[in-house]
Design a protein around this ligand. Structure first.
Ligand code: HSE
Length: 334
């Protein structure tokens, strides 16, 4: 344990996943909200205690079920140290909101514990540790949320172990509008609804759109991006889980967004937009539509599409990390 700190503090951002056509393989980090973990040395072995504050409703405090704690335990196991660690998880991301909350907790848990123990795992190992936490939180082995939260920006997370993560370019000005109706949809439940098979015709449309979206991002072709932001697989099945979703999506499209859909399993809805002003309009339109058609309260906000990923927060300030922050892993390092 020589040279290790007594406490370490990490922040990990919320994320969108799927982005319409990219079920389980596309993710995007948001500027806010995010989850934070403060990890401290404690007596005992492994993760000995977990505290949860903030948006804690629904988040398990049991170390064997908490995604931050499970990711922290995975880091301890990989480091080979005989360490005891206590986790304080500050939830900024509401439970079951479709914004990658369990993934952000897991990423922050892995990063804070790695910093605490001085184990300096590489990006790929941190990703694997965070995925162990995410699996317990969402029931999904997909790396879409975890990879985007760890590296920031827009990512393609190819399935497999270890997952291959490719950072995608965000054309200048690409912005995101998000509306989060006050409702919980558990990813585990929303995944069970999907079943195990799709038709060949739906598959052809979906992989055509995924390839087209990636090409559109590289070529900065707004029309191609807009044409391909469609989900033929999950959204038709899940749309009914979120009252007001169809109206909110239609409102975002009328407001001029490139395309819109459920973020992950919802209930959050995203719209990709050309420019921050356009994203503000889409966010307002979706918020109003949820109010009118579902009666649900709804938060709405915007983000750049190239937001930063997870980082260590200097303990001396308690503020989010600045220039002296540890550089997060780039997708090419995963
Ligand atoms: N992409 C997943 C889903 C969520 O839509 O079920 C997190 O991996």
């Amino acid at each position: 344990m020589g040279g290790s700190a007594r406490r370490a503090h990490a922040h990990a951002p919320a994320t969108l996943s799927n982005l319409g056509c990219g079920f389980d393989v596309l993710g995007l980090a948001l500027e806010a909200p995010g989850d934070e973990v403060v990890a401290s040395i404690a007596s005992g072995r492994g993760v000995v205690a977990v505290g949860v504050t903030g948006e804690e409703a629904g988040v398990p405090g049991d170390p064997t079920r908490n995604s931050a704690a499970l990711a922290a335990q995975a880091v301890i196991d990989r480091s080979g140290l005989d360490a005891g660690v206590e986790i304080l998880l500050r939830k900024g991301i509401p439970f079951a909101s479709g914004l990658g909350g369990s993934a952000a907790s897991a990423v922050a848990g892995a990063l804070a514990t790695d910093e605490l123990l001085g184990s300096r795992l590489d990006g790929g190992a941190l990703l694997e540790c965070a995925l162990q936490g995410e699996l317990s939180g969402s029931g999904s082995e997909a790396a879409d949320n975890v990879a985007a939260s760890l590296t920031g920006g827009l990512v393609l997370a190819l399935p497999g172990r270890p997952p291959v993560v490719v950072r995608l370019p965000a054309p200048a000005g690409l912005a995101v509008a998000v509306a989060r109706p006050h409702l919980e949809v558990e990813t585990r439940v929303a995944r069970e609804l999907l079943g195990a098979e799709i038709t060949l015709a739906a598959g052809v449309r979906q992989w055509g759109n995924t390839a087209g979206l990636v090409a559109g991002l590289f070529r900065e072709e707004w029309e191609l991006i807009a044409r391909c932001l469609r989900d033929e697989v999950a959204e038709p099945v899940r749309a009914g889980l979120v009252p007001g979703f169809r109206e909110a999506k239609a409102a975002a499209l009328r407001a001029g967004s490139l395309g819109a859909g459920l973020s992950g399993s919802g209930p959050a809805v995203f719209a990709l937009c050309r420019g921050r002003n356009a994203a503000e309009c889409a966010a307002d339109a979706m918020q109003k539509a949820f109010g009118e058609h579902s009666g649900l309260g709804c938060d709405a906000f915007v983000s750049a599409a190239d937001a930063p990923g997870a980082r260590i927060v200097p303990e001396s300030t308690g503020a989010l990390a600045g220039d002296d922050a540890r550089t997060p892993p780039r997708a090419s390092q995963l």
